[in-house]
Ligand binder design. Sequence first.
Ligand code: AMP
Length: 638
Amino acid sequence: MTLELVPPQVRSMVEAARADPEGFWARAARALPWLRPWDRVFRRDGASFRWFEGSLTNLCANALDRHVEAGRAGRAALVYASERGDRRVLTYGQLLHLVRRLSASLRGLGVRRGDRVTVYMPTCPEAIALMLACVRVGAVHSVVFAGFGAGALADRVRASGSRWVFTADVTYRKGVQVPLKGIVDEALRQVTGGVEGVVVLQRSPEGSPLEPGRDLSWDRFLAKAEGQSSDFEPMEANEPAYILATSGTTAKPKLAVHTHGGYQVGIHSAGRWCFGLKPDDVWWSTSDIGWVVGHSYIVYAPLLAGCTTVAYEGALDFPGPETPWRIVEELRVTGIFTSPTAVRLLMKYGEEPALRYDRSSLERVVCAGEVLNPPAWEWLQKRVLQDRVPVIDHWWQTETGGPVIGNPYGVAQLPIKPGSAGMPLPGMEVAVMTPEGEECGPGERGILVIRRPFPSLTPALWGEPERYAQDYWQRIPGRDVYFTGDAAQVDPDGYVWFAGRADEVIKIAAHRIGTIEVETAFLKHPAVAEAGVVGRPDEVRGEVISAFLVLKQGYEPSVALRQELLDTVRRELGPVAVVGEVNFVSMLPKTRSGKIMRRVLRSVILGRDPGDITTIEDEGSVEEARAAWRQLQAELSR
Ligand code: AMP
């Protein structure tokens, strides 16, 4: 890979990491304090590996105590904001005080080092403090997104072997009160044994009924602190801090493990190098604590950096599309971490709501989760931010804990190529290979693999060492590489371009086209807000493109529009991109983390059962896609 476009500061880091990876990560680790230094930086045995072996640390202590001890107790640590207009500020001193209290309460409840605790709560201060408290006492939290239903929750409680479940009576979304406690009751009816109790935070005036003998109110839980220690446990670097289900849709959830040591070093380093996180930031990650982004970049990395983190509960466009911009102005937000799905959501309303608010505090916007298609990038970069600050894409997964491919903005910014996620960050060694293990040259598409473990890479799936080895390290025969499952190519400048999941590539007359390229082409037409495409089997060409499109406000489906869309795709991608049909829908099937579920669209056009859809955001989207598909078939046969 060429390093021509890489600024000298970044280049020297990349070269140092290549020459001596262990020395490189040891230096990165020394940016944080340790209770005891490691005996060995890295040890590997087949698919299993350990970082900073023998060292003692505690992720919570480095996120909180350290700043308070350094005299920064009065700095705002957490600002909670919600769609209902609530605001709550906790300083480092106040957050540590709350976390200490919850730690003592956890001990009073009988929670011990290594015990798993399920957190099925909205993104609110109590939930964040609880996560930190679990980590403080050496327990392992397992946060389940509070938008999942009872089945998905039951699976995750079972897989984690949690003894305790923490929940709230309700969360608020789009002005609606969503009952959570009822879902916990239903889920626990499906889990036999293991769970000793449920702790309930009552937030609504009505509250929710408690089951005698099993459920505990938040106040009764707090009362358990009496006589208990609130000190942190010194943890060996490889002990788990938390487990989190990957966003995959396999029937049995995969629980990725993240540790006290390696994970801490990885997210802290990436936070500085990729996002430029610094103590005077007001950092707003618009994600949710239910996802890895919420763990790493709402909670842990911003607090490790000593900055102010904003936690938001609710829908970004509620009560209206100006909500995010109002928060930016009010809190003087300096950095936003968001997702392409959020950008496309806001883009639907146009830039006018943003332009009404002062965005001058912003220094950068970073974005991950899916490809940030150039039209969406351009809208945010040019129309909303008027090219004043960069919009930076970066790539990672639940399993990687933090960014792997990105733009080292915090060290020295690379020129941005819209549509590319950037380059491997310092210390990351990646390659693109065919499924048979042959390395692809520049511009050739294959599967992105990672050549060696880095500190925040998940070292295990909870309780499933064989599955971990098979799913990640043994997928490419004869090659000892970590399999990401994503199709990608690297251009001659070393930039990585993602094309979708490897199993979603469309093959038209022997040409391989990534779903992302086609979706991006559709998004270039001003009428299109969102696009999801899949391959449909075709006798002549192997496959043709079947597209599902959501139109922006003010546009209606018509024969003329359909033709314009086909012309746009042809102009962008050439005649190889044969579009079989365009279906218009009002929403796409998406996971609750906002990723388009193309396999569901494929099941629609093949007339098959969609399989496991427990992670879907809105089941109505499947029915809608089916109806659009049926209507189109009826029109075509006329
Ligand atoms: P999750 O584990 O839920 O964070 O999902 C990880 C998956 O999201 C990756 O394997 C990619 O398929 C996709 N993804 C995340 N970030 C990006 C990005 N910047 N560009 C393209 N795909 C991305």
